[in-house]
Design a protein around this ligand. Structure first.
Ligand code: BES
Ligand code: MN
Ligand code: ZN
Length: 533
């Protein structure tokens, strides 16, 4: 494809709003190509009793003993076949296990869902997500019986159903053919508590997770630094307490951001630094929590080019930026009383005649010089300038960065935990606790002092890959730490192993929206961390 054809295709995939903000002349495009199809969110209502005996009935159960109370509103003629089916099947009531029954009463389908042992709110959310995903194609009304559960648990089930109700086939004809789908009625004896929990927090989280996953799943010709910024702007439009600032190449040049500008040099699409501030009314006097995200909208590796296998997945290399912006979106939409800033370090890593080469030396905003050994270790370069900007401009209470930084984190932790690096135990503890609560687990790994030797350059202050075994998650964390004062509470989350996966029982192929729920929880629960070396 010629470069101009590619440019046309790229333009055709962005929304009309995004086009108008581009320096490139906007080209009128057919409506069908103008925007990817997003899943319509099902209407959700909470009611103390079953509204209509039709469509799909979901019956969550921890054991057969719960059946009589939970289905008190059903007739004996409806309850008995459910009971018989449970007794004669292999159903173990394990978390998220499902048994689908047909031909009972007026219901088209009754689905029993296992609650497992002693479910917490994250379990209810995951059970809801599995159910929502199983019912993705369901056109009929859905009734979920949450009688006997707390309002919070009922809201978590409903929130999960919204999270599971997500499609990643953004550009397929199938996604667009969807007709109107039935709503969800959650039957709860704590209906008003459930409704307010869902409306204050749950709906905001669904919207934020969908935004985060959509933007990660989008191809590189639709999402690049400028269009990421446009999409974030529209997501926040009308929300109170939000301020957005965007640095372009010229401003970054004046600030001396040689590292992010270096990464962006090989691309036709200029880099951006986006800052989204949110301060909720009633937030404590404390300085902001600053969340920094790696936003490589496509990572070819640059001149140190990646091999062809799976390179298409490198459109997800902006997942850290998507997650930090998505977190602030969740907090702002739910008017959380917090003070938080997201910084997205956005660039496209491409080879090209102007691209940086291995051996080149760049100077970051804080004055430190970096010898580029591999142009594929680009995430740490864009984050270096983001960190310098954050420290000079924000006086943070704590900094947490989120990045799809290294393949090596998967070697260490498989896909069971994201990597957590910090020199501040109290901060690491709060992040690990938040991850535990929401079901996005973190495992702490060291930033060993010996990494300083591995990252020493003979020509500059630092090299961007270690001299020893190559691309380690730990040496990458060490590199990042050189761009903030040692005493500032800082933690780094390497989510390269968690951000993206094949389809499973709660999500389709592609982005997991990893760290949005974790960071939302962390920010809400944050307790002051002392500055210390
Ligand atoms: N974006 C990649 C890391 C990555 C790999 C994310 C696989 C998701 C899945 C990053 O920019 C990268 O290329 N890292 C290199 C670093 C190396 C050159 C020091 C790596 O991990 O191989
Ligand atoms: Mn790379
Ligand atoms: Zn990368």
């Amino acid at each position: 494809m010629s470069p101009s054809a590619l440019a046309r295709l790229s333009l055709s995939l962005v929304s009309a709003a995004a086009c108008s903000a581009l320096a490139v002349p906007a080209v009128a495009q057919p409506a069908a190509m103008a925007q990817a199809a997003s899943q319509e969110v099902r209407a959700v209502q909470f009611s103390p009793s079953i509204a209509a005996q039709r469509g799909v009935l979901v019956v969550p159960l921890a054991s057969i003993d719960e059946l009589p109370a939970r289905t008190a509103e059903l007739t004996a003629a409806e309850r008995q076949p459910i009971s018989r089916a449970l007794e004669t099947s292999e159903f173990t009531f394990a978390e998220g296990q499902r048994l689908s029954l047909r031909g009972i009463g007026e219901w088209r389908q009754i689905i029993v869902v296992g609650l497992g042992d002693d479910p917490g709110l994250a379990d209810y959310q995951m059970i809801g997500a599995v159910t929502g995903r199983a019912l993705l194609e369901e056109a009929d009304a859905i009734t979920v019986i949450a009688s006997g559960m707390t309002g919070e648990a009922a809201a978590a089930l409903a929130t999960g159903m919204g999270l599971g109700d997500y499609r990643s086939d953004l550009y397929s004809a199938r996604a667009e053919q969807e007709g109107e789908r039935g709503g969800v009625t959650v039957v709860s004896d704590a209906a008003s508590a459930a409704r307010s929990s869902y409306e204050n927090r749950g709906a905001a989280m669904i919207a934020a997770m969908n935004w985060t996953r959509d933007i990660s799943n989008e191809p590189g010709n639709a999402v690049y630094p400028e269009s990421f910024v446009d999409r974030a702007r529209s997501a926040f439009s009308g929300l109170s307490g939000v301020g957005i600032e965007v640095l372009d190449e010229e401003m970054m040049g004046e600030l001396g951001m040689g590292a992010i500008l270096g990464v962006g040099r090989g691309s036709e699409r200029p880099p951006r630094m986006m800052i989204v501030r949110y301060r909720g009314t009633g937030s404590a006097a404390e300085n902001p929590i600053v969340l920094v995200g790696k936003g490589i909208t496509f990572d070819t590796g640059g001149i140190s080019i990646k091999s062809r296998d799976n390179m298409e997945n490198m459109r997800m290399d902006m997942s850290g930026a998507a997650s930090v912006v998505g977190t602030v979106l969740a907090l702002a939409r739910s008017r959380a009383p917090v003070n938080v800033v997201a910084v997205a370090a956005l660039a496209e890593n491409m080879p090209g005649g102007r691209a940086i080469r291995p051996g080149d030396v760049l100077q970051a905003m804080n004055g430190r010089t970096i010898q580029v050994i591999s142009t594929d270790a680009e995430g740490r370069l864009v984050l270096a300038d983001a960190f310098s900007w954050v420290e000079r401009n924000l006086d943070p209470a704590a900094v947490v960065d989120v990045a799809t930084l290294t393949g090596s984190v998967r070697g260490a932790l498989s896909d069971d935990y994201a990597g957590l690096f910090s020199r501040h135990d109290a901060l690491a503890g709060q992040l690990a606790a938040a991850g535990e609560i929401v079901g996005e687990p973190l495992w702490r790994l060291p930033i060993h002092e010996s990494y300083a030797d591995d990252m020493r350059s003979t020509i500059a202050d630092l090299r961007n890959t270690s001299s020893g075994s190559g691309g380690g998650a730990g040496t990458a964390a060490f590199f990042l730490g050189e761009f903030l004062s040692r005493d500032l509470p800082w933690a780094h989350l390497d989510i390269a192993n968690m951000a993206w996966s094949g389809a499973n029982d709660w999500k389709p192929d592609g982005s997991a929206g990893f760290a949005v729920r974790l960071l939302d929880r962390f920010v809400r629960d944050f307790r002051h961390v002392e500055r210390s070396e």
